[in-house]
Design a binder for this molecule. Sequence first.
Ligand code: APR
Length: 238
Amino acid sequence: MPALDLEAARDAIRAARFLFVLTGAGVSAESGVPTFRGAGGYWRERSFQDLATPGAFARDPRLVWDWYLERRRTVRACEPNPAHRALAAWSERGAGLLVTQNVDDLHERAGHRGAVHVHGSLWRNRCTACGAERDHDALEYPELPRSPCCGALERPGVVWFGEALPAAAIHAALEAAQRADVALAVGTSGLVQPAAGFVQLARDRGARIVDVNPERSGIPAHVSLLMPAGEALPRILG
Ligand code: APR
């Protein structure tokens, strides 16, 4: 990795008055959580139409729940990596906001406070009758879960393809992206909207964009660090 790029990234982040951070599945890859579109990614082997749409859940709720339970077990067995920890340390001292597309809790388990989850959480269930959500960390469901509020079938508390993102999360992300003078994208292909659009918005407002990803992504970066997040973040956020 050209030292100049690392230096440029570090200097930009150090000089930031307000840093907008967007993370994707790649930030958890070194912890052992599969990505979606990278090598060995979930969508390389399975179809999202069968697992991550409202129609899929209506057709076969057991199939969908079994996949989310498998993901809960995977994440439960993983630990945060140096990238999560570097971001958590930054969140203690730096001005800015971390927005994540990830439904895992590895940012929080690394001590990050205030991360905004725009695609929901693996560890929440939602009532299909009234939409009420609750924390739930079961790793098995012999019987599919029913909501305490309505006795209705519960679904995973995540955002599926074709669904709107939570309004409060969108609001916080848009506000931060507009305010940022520097934006850092970590471990995202930058292919999914509206999340990837937050970085474009920050760029359109004059922010300097740093992208950390071992592969070229769709992020419109000024500085691209083609390296794993676990290696790059301690060096540019330290
Ligand atoms: N460090 C940094 N980036 C990495 C690493 C790593 N160690 N390993 C892989 N990556 C990169 C890959 O090169 C890829 O570009 O992480 C990116 C992951 O991209 P995706 O799998 O497309 O994941 P993401 O961008 O988070 O997907 C967005 O799509 O499927 C939906 O809702 C799901 O939130 C998800 C959204």
